[in-house]
Design a binder for this molecule. Structure first.
Ligand SMILES: Cc1ncc(COP(=O)(O)O)c(C=O)c1O
Length: 375
């Protein structure tokens, strides 16, 4: 029989809280680990937007506070150049092959704009991340060719190749994919990128790169250095918790980056750049977030295994599991307990995308789900 779920049961001890605060700024409010917080439908625990529940890294937060004194200087008084150099050295590529943006979404949107100006269709797996690039392409009236994922819910590169037509201008690939946190293996993807980039732009979105644990996965950044038509993006929004601060990167040959740059209209804010410089140097914080994400996923896997529920072993900060009933109904009933989960993703409307919050929050979710749907 399910116990009554009282918020108090889910408060964790002060030692654990202090452990977390060694690294992070403790800014997040929507977690059962925060004393005094009560999950409600109006102020739910956020398991719907693939955010980092630990908030900004302390070093980044401090750097941003200090950066206020440079607020009057364009581009943070040269800090943007420092950030680009830092990322270039971490990825072992020349600085001219790195493009800085206000969140990777800015580059995604600009690529859609590029297609709309130069003409042609876009080819993408289905489902995939349909905000930014795919959404903007739609708004610009670009024809989108969708290729269903395979039986393992992974992107089907053979089917994508077969669906290619001469009027495709760009192929969008998310690796790991979203909302399905599956990955394409490096050898096969490399081969695909080399072949298809002779015909059109191949865009590999690596927003969840840092979370990947599949040993057969690899970044396509080195390949993008060698081939004109390949572009890769990364974001500070996930492991670095910059979703609201906005920092992202593009990687590619100078020709394609210059084309994208010529269409970009955003501007980077100085404090965000100073924060990113601190965050990308703080490996300890990144390891902390990645470790906690694994713990949170494990809480979910144990629960799904206990109830024989089909799910994806994730390579990101979210996973996908079978509800067996309309996910809209699940969302409504879960929200009553103060948890917001992912929207429907067709054609998998009896599955649910759930983003990881802290492990204690995931435990709270499993209790709620068990009580609401399984007992
Ligand atoms: C696959 C993917 N790409 C890009 C983005 C955009 O991220 P941002 O604009 O915050 O860098 C997201 C956001 O969730 C995403 O899931």
């Amino acid at each position: 029989m399910a116990r009554d779920i009282s918020r108090r049961e889910w408060l964790i001890g002060t030692t654990a809280i202090a452990g977390g605060l060694l690294f992070n700024s403790g800014a997040t409010a929507q977690s059962v680990t925060i004393e005094g917080y009560v999950p409600t439908a109006e102020n739910p625990i956020r398991m719907m937007a693939n955010e980092n529940p630990y908030g900004l890294n302390k070093a980044a937060s401090n750097a941003m506070h200090k950066a206020h004194k440079y607020g009057h200087l364009y581009g943070g008084g040269g800090a943007s150049v420092e950030l680009i150099k830092l990322i270039a050295s971490q990825e072992k590529v020349p600085a001219e092959n790195v493009l800085l943006s206000g969140g990777s979404g800015e580059i995604l949107n600009t690529l859609a704009l590029l297609v709309s100006i130069e003409g042609g269709k876009v080819l993408a797996p289905y489902p995939t991340y349909d905000d930014n690039f795919m959404d903007y392409a739609n708004r610009r009236g670009i024809e989108r060719i969708w290729v269903p994922v395979d039986d393992n819910m992974a992107i089907d590169l053979d089917a994508m190749k077969a669906a290619y037509t001469d009027d495709v201008k760009l192929i969008y690939l998310c690796n790991p994919n979203n909302p399905l946190p599956t990955v394409m293996h490096a050898d096969k993807l490399r081969e695909f990128c080399i072949e298809m980039s002779k015909k059109c732009i191949v865009f590999v979105d690596e927003a969840y790169y840092e979370y990947v644990s599949d040993p057969l996965y690899d970044t396509m950044i080195p390949l993008a250095m060698e081939h004109e038509n390949i572009i890769v993006t990364r974001t500070a929004s996930k492991v670095h918790a910059f979703a609201g601060i906005r920092i992202g990167f593009g990687f590619g040959r100078k020709t394609i980056l210059d084309k994208v740059r010529s269409l970009m209209t955003g501007s980077i804010n100085g404090p965000a750049v100073f924060g990113a410089i601190a965050s990308y140097q703080d490996k300890k914080y990144q390891d902390f977030v990645i470790g906690k994400n694994k713990e949170s996923l494990q809480v979910l896997y144990d629960f799904f295994d206990k109830h024989n529920m089909r799910h994806i072993k994730s390579n990101a900060n979210f996973t996908f599991f079978e509800t067996g009933i309309d996910v809209q109904e699940v969302r409504k009933r879960i929200l009553k307990h103060g948890i917001a989960i992912g929207r429907p993703f067709e054609p998998f409307t009896k599955w649910c995308r759930i983003s990881t919050s802290k492990p204690e929050d995931m435990k709270y979710f499993t209790e709620v789900y068990e009580k609401e749907f399984l007992i």
